[in-house]
Design a protein around this ligand. Structure first.
Ligand SMILES: [Fe+2]
Length: 246
């Protein structure tokens, strides 16, 4: 009877971890400055959880939004220094740097024109757009960012529902030199069915350039453990992910 049971029991098989991914380039680990980690203890828990999955390098990316999160390079770099000091005193051996996740709004355009922006690697700039409406002039904005010498990385393209029935937009965006960064938890269904299906389609078509945890809290860390059992994780690891070169 036991044998019979085992034949039909679906065992979860761990397919991979994040050792081969390289740098996690999207997270909210600086405590108290956006909707990510609230305390330094939470920051440490989130970093340890990712360490256990194989991640050793982080570029953390606090939100910069004109209305809600008025972060500046000074605030972000000050917070980063505190995180680095704490990691050192706790003997947690990871590398961490900071950039930002810029929300595209009018304030962003002003910053773009008037001050240096926070980037990672070779001038990669992480941006997000509204989940509700695509900005009308999105291609003009992307082009303007490129004219300032930045390489645009669009955060979580699979989370913009207005493109689900307009899938050719993804190829169109990418043809203009915009890089697409998948939130890896999307393949578990964490953000809903639409994001999962779109994530799988983007992976199948080889349209993903980078992956990120978009880590805010422990629920994200728990979902990330489940990622290791998803066949689409094994698939995305076969792509030439830029994470490995950051
Ligand atoms: Fe984010």
């Amino acid at each position: 009877m036991q044998i019979f049971k085992n034949i039909f029991k679906k065992e979860a098989i761990k397919l991979a971890d994040f050792t081969d991914v390289g740098t996690d380039i999207h997270s909210h680990l600086i405590p108290g400055i956006d909707d990510g980690a609230k305390t330094m203890d939470e920051t440490l828990d989130l970093i340890k959880a990712q360490y256990a999955l194989g991640i050793r390098k982080f570029v953390t990316t606090p939100h910069i939004m004109s209305d809600f999160f008025k972060n500046t390079p000074e605030i972000i770099n000050g917070g980063l220094a505190e995180v680095k000091n704490t990691l050192k005193s706790e003997a947690i051996n990871v590398q961490i740097n900071a950039a930002a996740e810029y929300y595209i709004d009018d304030g962003f355009i002003q910053k773009l024109e008037n001050q240096p922006l926070l980037t990672f690697g070779d001038k990669y700039l992480l941006v997000e757009i509204s989940y509700i409406n695509c900005p009308d002039n999105i291609f003009d904005i992307f082009f303007k960012i490129q004219l300032h010498g930045y390489k645009v990385v669009l955060a979580h393209p699979e989370r913009y529902p207005y493109w689900y029935k307009n899938f050719e937009m993804y190829q169109n965006i990418r043809d203009r030199g915009i890089l697409l960064q998948l939130n890896i938890n999307s393949i578990t269904g964490y953000y809903g069915g639409g994001a999962k299906i779109t994530a799988e389609k983007l992976i199948d078509q080889g349209l993903i350039d980078l992956i990120g945890s978009d880590m805010h809290h422990t629920k994200h860390a728990e979902a990330m453990e489940r990622v290791c059992y998803e066949k689409y994780f094994a698939k995305v690891l076969q792509l030439n992910l830029l994470n490995r070169h950051i």
